[in-house]
Write a protein that binds this ligand. Structure first.
Ligand SMILES: Cc1cc2nc3c(=O)[nH]c(=O)nc-3n(C[C@H](O)[C@H](O)[C@H](O)COP(=O)(O)O)c2cc1C
Ligand SMILES: [Fe+2]
Ligand SMILES: [Fe+2]
Length: 402
């Protein structure tokens, strides 16, 4: 999409689609791409809200020109300084030298640190407003959703909340922009994968931010995040989804994830999964931790209320890719899941010890038995795996009933 898209009479989307970046933040695969959303409000004064990644400067400036022609941008409002949204600031400054850059105190530190910009700026506080002529924009500080300087901007006339990274998702905008133009179910996984991996660590902050916004803003007609869909038909839908994920509310299902070099641990995981199925669990996800990127595994862990982890031992410790996953879950304060663990080894052991420490660290409900297998699993081990699957199935079913 090379053209701008109208949100209302005076508000336009001038974002870009990134289909070229393989790894967002050099970490997260982007099989469906990602969008960097920017919005322009053409009132008596012209305000641009957030910019895009540096690679797309030319397209971005062209899109702005397509909307405002030879007029000038009066204000650049920075809701978030992460370079996927601030990369074009220098080019914008060159194109519109008179443009005032608006952010909060913390924004200014980032602006100087990243881009050496200290002039032509305006510092705003919680609740401050900027008058564009027929409308005012109000600013709400929302630190740590997703960086310390993050804030949101509310257009009091059209009742649009420009939310920064909050309420965003992975996936580029493939011809569509609004929630009512797509089958949202198709994008839910990419939205939850974005939430659980990028924002998930700040769940309580997200929850409190949502509470604050509900108290301070009467009616939101539209939500425009810096990534993904613009929520127009039902803006509160994404707010409620984010709140649910922040509170770690889940649905019935079990993720089984294993680390295995030669198949012993894999065979145990498959036995557990078979038992889950025999015991009535319909949503079962079985992952090889080496082969599925952790962001997809974490996405499903954020969806379901059961988690069973098995790992082989590697050089007296846990299998390294599994260590990465465990740390990712510890950082995100995983809680309220039914959690089963099993390990395998051949001489010193080590994997199960780390899994036990993990089980202690996170606030989840352990499920028995904890299994440790030496060399290849024997029939007794497989029986225990069936037992673990059965008990986990019962636990997740009971958890969903209450
Ligand atoms: C490179 C390598 C390092 C290992 N290090 C240990 C170890 O330090 N202590 C131990 O008890 N077993 C160790 N093992 C043995 C495996 O943990 C054990 O055979 C396990 O059952 C393998 O499971 P898998 O077939 O799922 O890979 C190691 C195996 C390999 C291949
Ligand atoms: Fe961000
Ligand atoms: Fe972002």
């Amino acid at each position: 999409m090379n053209n701008s898209i109208k949100l209302t009479d005076d508000v336009y989307w001038v974002g870009v689609n990134d289909k070229e970046t393989d790894l967002f933040e050099s970490l997260w695969p982007l099989p469906e791409g990602i969008a960097y959303n920017s919005y322009i409000i053409e009132d008596e004064k012209i305000a641009l809200i957030d910019s895009v990644k540096i690679n797309y400067n030319d397209t971005f400036l062209e899109k702005i020109k397509n909307v405002i022609g030879e007029k000038k941008v009066d204000y650049l409002i920075i809701n978030h300084m992460e370079p996927d949204h601030s990369g074009s600031i220098k080019s914008l400054r060159q194109a519109y030298p008179e443009m005032e850059i608006i952010g909060n105190t913390k924004t200014m530190g980032f602006l100087e640190g990243f881009y050496n910009i200290t002039e032509g700026t305006r510092v705003v506080k919680e609740g401050d407003q900027v008058d564009l002529g027929s409308r005012k924009l109000t600013f709400y500080l929302t630190p740590m959703v997703h960086w310390p300087e993050t804030m949101m901007t509310f257009d009091e006339k059209d009742k649009i909340l420009f939310a920064g990274d909050a309420f965003g998702g992975f996936s580029s905008l493939n011809g569509f922009l609004f929630d009512d133009e797509v089958n949202i179910e198709q994008y839910k996984d990419e939205i939850r994968r974005y939430y659980s991996n990028i924002i998930g660590k700040y769940g309580p902050v997200v929850h409190n931010t949502i509470k604050k916004l509900k108290e301070k803003i009467d009616k939101i007609e539209m939500i425009g995040s810096t990534h993904g869909l613009v929520w127009r038909e039902n803006p509160m839908h994404i707010v409620e989804e984010y709140d649910k994920w922040a509170k770690q509310e889940t649905e019935e299902g079990v993720v089984v994830v294993y680390g295995s070099m030669y198949g012993n641990t894999k065979a145990m995981a498959e036995a557990v999964a078979r038992s889950l199925s025999e015991n009535g669990i319909e949503n079962i996800k079985l992952f090889d931790v080496s082969r599925k990127h952790s962001s997809f595994i974490i996405n499903d862990i954020w969806k379901y209320n059961g988690l069973i982890i098995g790992s082989c031992t590697y050089n007296t410790g846990i299998f390294p890719p599994m260590e990465y996953l465990l740390q990712s879950l510890e950082i995100r304060n995983l809680k309220d899941r039914t959690l089963g663990i099993f390990g395998s080894y051949s001489w010193s052991g080590g994997a199960l010890g780390r899994l036990k420490a993990f089980q202690k660290e996170v606030s989840c409900k352990p499920v028995e038995p904890v299994i440790e297998s030496k060399f290849s699993p024997d029939s007794n081990t497989f029986e225990q795996c069936y037992e673990l699957g059965k008990n986990a199935a019962e636990a997740v079913k009971n958890a969903c009933e209450c």
